[in-house]
Each structure stands twice: as structure tokens, then as C-alpha cells.
Design a protein around this ligand. Structure first.
Ligand SMILES: O=P(O)(O)OC(CO)CO
Ligand SMILES: [Mg+2]
Ligand SMILES: [Mg+2]
Length: 280
């Protein structure tokens, strides 16, 4: 049995250290590179922070495995096994970071038996440390979190993002969903520019739901536990069970809101996170 409190304490400590690195880097020149598309950005700080987290965890937990956004981008496999696994997004909100748009998070999930047991999200420019442990609740800077009790979609704020995929068919589907949801009408649609912080907003009761197609397991592993531990629900965008590797998620305050969104979202599929790499 893993010592989840030890894992949580280390995740918090290393997320705080990573946050310092990110804050310091904000005043430097940020050299921007691209990954899957011209708007899928990465910086040396993303890579440096991921290495810092992995090295630090390896020293403390030498047998644990990792799924890290920048390691996967560098060619490592993205396979979730039953082994203890740290699922790391070193900077969630890289585009925000590049523009100094003030929502940037370090997201660290920890899974065993493919179930997220610990979630730590450090919103490092706001200095908010969000923590969750399965069965033990979700917290922000030590204060318990609770999702909103609003189940009327017409009174809701919904978060989503447009991601970095600009294929016309994908953009059309995203706009179709957005049009349907705006027309319900809902009271507002928002997006912080980071999946992790959007999910913290659901957990904090500031918005009723977050949905997105195209995110990755490192974007939402920690956030998924934050939402359920604050009393919320997770669902695939087609209403089925959430699949951590499917790149699709609804995280909502209630089944009522989630199921209402399912009716309005135009679903589509993208290659799974655990799909074998495509041959060139
Ligand atoms: O900034 P990142 O880590 O690329 O993540 C984006 C979505 O992929 C914001 O959640
Ligand atoms: Mg991310
Ligand atoms: Mg990232």
C-alpha cells in the first residue's frame, strides 16, 4: 500500500518549487517552440520544470513511473499501467505563460491501478495550492472545496477551451457545441486557458462545469480528482464513463448539468493518448 500522504506532501513541495521557477521565468525572455501545431507552444521552462519534478520524485520514490507531457513530446510512451504513476503537466497554460496571462498551473496527478489517488494543482501566479486525496476531500490553501449546488443549466457558467487543433472540421465541431450551449442559454461561457485551473474553478463552485475534447491525461488527471473530491462528477462527452486516455472530459458539479451538456456537445474522436505513435 503506497503512503499517499507522503506522495501528497512531496507533490506539494515539488509543485511549489516548480512554481518558483515558473514565476522567475516570467521576467526572462521566453523562447517559444511549437509541437503538434503552430499554436501548440512549448518553452524551455516547460522542459526544465518537468525534469525538476521527475528528478525530485525519482530520488524519493525510485520505483514509481511517470507520464510527463514534455517526456511524451520527446518520444516516451504514454501508457497508464497499474503501477504507481506520476502524471505531470509541468506548465498547464503554456500559451498563458508565454503571454503572461495570469493563469498558469503545475499539475501533478498520482495514480495506482489506473485510478487517480492524489491530485495537486498549483496555480502559481495566484499562489493557490489545490490538493485532493481520494476519499479525503479537496482543498485550496487548506480550505475545503465544494462544487456549486446549481443544477439549472440556465443559471450556469460553463468553462471550455479551444485547444491547439485548427483542423476546420474540429473547429466546426467546437463551434457547434459552443453555439448549442450559448443558445440554451447559459449565463456565461469562460475559459482560463488551462484545463487544470478550469477544473479547480468547478471544484471551487465558481462555475458549474468544464468540458473539452483534445486535452490530454496530464492536463486533467489531477483536476479530475479535485472535482470528484469537491462533490462533482466526471463523464465522457458522450455520457459514458470517463476514460483517462480518451482526451475527452466533462467535469461538472452534478450529473444533471453533465447530462444536459452531453445533449449539446458535438462529440468527435482524436487519437488516444495511449495510441501507438503514427509512422511518418
Ligand atoms: O498548456 P498546455 O499544458 O499545453 O495545456 C493546454 C491544453 O492542452 C491548456 O490546458
Ligand atoms: Mg496542459
Ligand atoms: Mg503543459
Amino acid at each position: 500500500m503506497a503512503d499517499f500522504q507522503r506522495v501528497m506532501d512531496h507533490a506539494v513541495a515539488v509543485a511549489r518549487k516548480a512554481g518558483e521557477v515558473v514565476r522567475e521565468a516570467l521576467s526572462d525572455d521566453r523562447k517559444v517552440m511549437t509541437k503538434s501545431s503552430a499554436v501548440d507552444l512549448v518553452t524551455q521552462t516547460d522542459q526544465k520544470v518537468e525534469q525538476l519534478i521527475i528528478q525530485s520524485v525519482k530520488e524519493k520514490f525510485p520505483k514509481h513511473r511517470f507520464i510527463g507531457e514534455e517526456s511524451v513530446a520527446a518520444g516516451e510512451a504514454c501508457i497508464l499501467t497499474d503501477d504507481p504513476t506520476w502524471i505531470i503537466d509541468p506548465i498547464d497554460g503554456t500559451t498563458n505563460f508565454v503571454h503572461a496571462f495570469p493563469f498558469v498551473a503545475i499539475s501533478i496527478g498520482f495514480s495506482i491501478n489506473k485510478q487517480v489517488e492524489v491530485g495537486v494543482i498549483y496555480s502559481c501566479l495566484e499562489d493557490k495550492m489545490f490538493t485532493a486525496r481520494r476519499g479525503k476531500g479537496a482543498f485550496c490553501n487548506g480550505e475545503p472545496l465544494q462544487v456549486s449546488d446549481q443544477t439549472d443549466i440556465h443559471q450556469a457558467i460553463i468553462c471550455t477551451e479551444f485547444g491547439s487543433n485548427r483542423d476546420p472540421e474540429v473547429v466546426d465541431k467546437m463551434f457547434c457545441s459552443l453555439r448549442n450551449i450559448l443558445s440554451l442559454p447559459v449565463q456565461g461561457v469562460r475559459g482560463a486557458g488551462t484545463a487544470a485551473i478550469n477544473m479547480c474553478l468547478v471544484a471551487s463552485g465558481c462555475v458549474e462545469a468544464y468540458y473539452e475534447i483534445g486535452v490530454h491525461v496530464w492536463d486533467f488527471a489531477a483536476g479530475s480528482l479535485m472535482v470528484t473530491e469537491a462533490g462533482g462528477v466526471l463523464m465522457d462527452v458522450d455520457g459514458g464513463e470517463l476514460d483517462l486516455m480518451s482526451r475527452r472530459i466533462i467535469a461538472a458539479n452534478s450529473r444533471t448539468i453533465a447530462e444536459r451538456l452531453v445533449k449539446e456537445i458535438a462529440p468527435f474522436r482524436l487519437p488516444r493518448d495511449d495510441a501507438p505513435p503514427q509512422k511518418q
